[in-house]
Design a protein around this ligand. Structure first.
Ligand code: SAH
Ligand code: SF4
Length: 384
């Protein structure tokens, strides 16, 4: 199989062009098609000579995720289910501008992207891990989610709605960047696919690529300590969010198996290292699950941890997952938890917005589709 052109750095493409004795301005034309114009085929690149396009096609593959389903209306949260070249399904979630949740200045849209097909971490409450882990995403599949959403969006605004599976034509003019912020919070554990993630994020960040500021990109981890330390030592200023969900080893360990490998003391030390190296605030994500981690006894240790890390806390009432027994606490309890945390001097956000049927965490749409496909086939497919 050929390597995808969207996992190549500018330097490696330049070296390739030089070895072919193709002038440098052709590279800028190619990059213009790959990133601002989000091309999905070589044929679209009409200002490149046919012979060069032919040569490129013999050397690299060029693919974007294909839309399978889109859920949710314009102006609200939209969920995208994609099919990749090998038939794997992944999800992205597009969230319209709202007050900055992760400390970034928020304008336009935030896209939540996946890094793996499935997840091996098996958090008890999460749909992404229910059918296990299938594979890591390649760099071009990670960054391709951004380009594919923008291409889809462009097609919606420039022509009447069509069958989502039909390939959309490339735009004639260089379109505006639609996605301004990225959260790596979709399916999968980003730190378990660190090298591919970093390749993808560097290209999304590069002026010749996605041109999205590092400060507008947030990586969320369930607490994989080596990844947090590597990120702390990376020169780029990506933001970090920790899926905490429990402020004591006892509570966290019940719902997140990763806590056995990296207990809170180790996780906290890695976060302190990150904050010291970067001089930047991190975010602690805390899902409120009724009867599990939302009792008042958790407020004190959570506040202590947040204060020690100078972190802000995002409280997220749990989204129900088909087939799992967990529920969110009643709204007054969520508010009381939030208030108690604030009362202890912690910068707290409670996300109570409506639309959770669609807004539901990543992994659910894929899971449902995989299961529907499996039940309609003579031999069931087994993921993981
Ligand atoms: N693996 C990484 C990133 C993907 S999960 C991580 O765990 O951080 C993105 C976020 O969605 C995590 O904070 C996760 O705990 C949360 N999440 C998973 N299932 C959820 C659910 N049903 N309701 C609300 N949040 C959920
Ligand atoms: Fe994986 Fe994150 Fe879901 Fe845990 S919460 S199973 S780490 S995707």
């Amino acid at each position: 199989m050929l390597p995808d052109v969207r996992r190549q750095s500018r330097e490696s493409l330049l070296a390739q062009f030089q070895s072919w004795e193709v002038p440098g301005y052709r590279l800028d034309q190619l990059l213009g098609w790959l990133y601002p114009r989000r091309a999905a085929s070589w044929d679209e690149m009409t200002n490149l000579p046919k012979a060069l396009r032919q040569r490129l096609a013999e050397t690299y593959s060029l693919t974007l995720p294909q839309v399978v389903r889109v859920q949710g209306a314009h102006d609200t949260t939209q969920k995208f289910l994609w099919r990749l070249a090998d038939g794997s399904l992944i999800e992205s979630v597009l969230i319209p501008a709202n007050p900055a949740l992760y400390g970034e200045r928020s304008d336009r849209h935030t896209l939540c992207i996946s890094t793996q097909v499935g997840c091996a971490y098996g958090c008890r409450f999460c749909a992404s891990g229910l059918d296990g882990w299938k594979r890591n995403l390649e760099p071009h599949e990670i960054l391709g989610q951004v380009l594919a959403v923008e291409r889809w969006q462009q097609a919606q605004t420039s022509s009447p709605p069509s069958d989502p599976a039909t390939p959309t034509p490339a735009p004639a003019r260089v379109p505006e960047r639609w996605v301004s912020n990225i959260v790596v919070m979709g399916m999968g554990e980003p730190m378990a696919n660190y090298a591919h993630l970093m390749t993808a994020l560097r290209i999304l960040n590069a002026p010749w690529g996605g041109n999205i500021g590092a400060r507008k990109i947030t990586i969320s981890t369930s607490g994989v300590v080596p990844g947090i330390r590597d990120l702390a030592d990376d020169p780029l200023q990506f933001r970090l969010a920790i899926s905490l969900h429990g402020a004591t080893d006892e509570v966290r360990g019940q719902i997140m198996p990763v806590n056995r490998k990296y207990p809170l003391a180790e996780l906290t030390a890695a976060c302190e290292h990150y904050v010291a190296r970067k001089g930047k605030m991190i975010t602690l994500e805390y899902i409120l699950i009724d009867g599990v981690n939302a009792a008042r006894e958790q407020v004190e240790p959570l506040a202590k941890l947040a204060r020690r890390l100078h972190a802000k806390v995002n409280l997220i009432p749990y989204n129900r997952v088909e087939g799992l027994p967990w529920n969110r606490p009643p709204e007054p309890e969520c508010r009381a938890f939030s208030k108690a945390l604030e009362g202890q001097g912690v910068n707290t956000t409670l996300r109570l917005e409506k639309g959770h049927d669609i807004d539901a965490a990543c992994g659910q749409l894929r899971l449902r589709t995989e299961r529907e496909l499996a039940s309609s086939e003579p031999t069931p497919t087994v993921a993981g």
